[in-house]
Write a protein that binds this ligand. Structure first.
Ligand code: DON
Length: 304
């Protein structure tokens, strides 16, 4: 039997000895205030056990991690029609790269880069009655926690400075791959990214991807096949131009955000969430990746 609590505590200790913690994202000004020395790690097994070390109960901005939750809601709502508007290939480029949209005539490479996530946001805006409220309720249901909320200051901060996302949305619109007004889609997307959660809440919210589409409240949201697809997209596209490195080092499907969070999972076994706000030069949590590499090495648990 693996002693998960002891393993997480050892990883926490190892990480606290490291001085070079990466750089906190500042292109969204509101994110720049976060303390670089925070670190949390949390594990939820499918048989209902939970383990945590460090700041696993502190809230942080989940940012791009939300793209997976938005994708699952969009798949639940419109099914296979999504793939007419967005592809499923790794981009090998930064998450906010513009040129590919032009070359590929408005069809984003995958739903986890910003352009693809904006198409998914457009689908949610079209198919939800009260998009921001309904999406928030979806996440609350998945995590079985009504206290989860958007941080409006973070959403507003990105609204004021998200020029590249405005460019991306306008480019998609020029190729007729956004049906709603650019401002409406961006307002939804900035809020979606501004969801604040703790490591333990994220481990709960991602439970359905390890549990055949069934959330913690035992409600079935997506099919087995859809879970397979979402996990495959996380593995190949969840870390942008570092997806290969994450598969190589960690060996689990997962998703990062510029708030410094990473969620990863082993189907039918566990969900693990880590948070360390300092990023590497690809925009992924520097020590978060290291912590997960240590976890799968110590436990010998990965998909490979
Ligand atoms: O659109 C953006 O740039 C941010 N709201 C999200 C980017 C992000 O988290 C990329 N992740 N590593």
């Amino acid at each position: 039997m693996l002693d998960y609590q002891a393993i997480l505590e050892t990883i926490h200790q190892n990480i606290s000895k490291i001085d070079n913690r990466g750089i906190v994202a500042s292109y969204i000004p509101e994110l720049a205030h976060v303390n670089k020395n925070t670190f949390g790690i949390h594990l939820r097994t499918l048989d209902g056990k939970t383990f945590g070390a460090g700041d696993f109960q502190k809230h942080f901005s989940i940012q791009s991690i939300s793209k997976v939750l938005a994708l699952s809601k969009a798949m639940e709502l419109v099914g296979e029609d999504i793939w007419k508007r967005v592809d499923v290939e790794p981009s090998g480029n930064p998450f906010n790269y513009l040129s590919l949209i032009e070359v590929e005539k408005g069809i984003p490479r995958n739903p986890l880069i910003n352009s693809g996530a904006l198409v998914i946001a457009d689908i949610l805006v079209s198919n939800l009655k009260n998009p921001k409220e309904d999406f928030l309720n979806y996440v609350r249901t998945l995590a079985d926690d009504k206290s989860i909320n958007y941080n409006n200051n973070v959403a507003l901060s990105e609204k004021k400075t998200g020029f590249k996302n405005y460019a991306t949305a306008n480019l998609l619109k020029s190729f007729n791959n956004l049906t709603n007004p650019v401002d409406v889609v961006l307002d939804f997307y900035f809020h979606q990214c501004a969801l604040e959660m703790t490591c333990s809440q994220l481990s709960k919210a991602f439970y359905l991807f390890a549990n055949k589409g069934c959330c913690l409240q035992n409600k079935l949201h997506i099919t087995n096949q859809q879970v397979k697809r979402i996990n495959a997209i996380m593995l190949t596209c969840g870390f942008y131009d570092e997806a290969g490195e994450f598969a190589f080092e960690v060996g689990l499907p997962g998703k990062s955000g510029v708030g410094g969070g990473i969620v990863a999972l082993l189907p039918k076994e566990f969900v693990i969430t880590v948070w360390s706000p300092g990023l590497n030069n690809k925009g992924n949590s520097k020590l978060g990746m290291l912590a997960l590499e240590q976890f799968t090495t110590k436990t010998k648990l990965s998909i490979f």
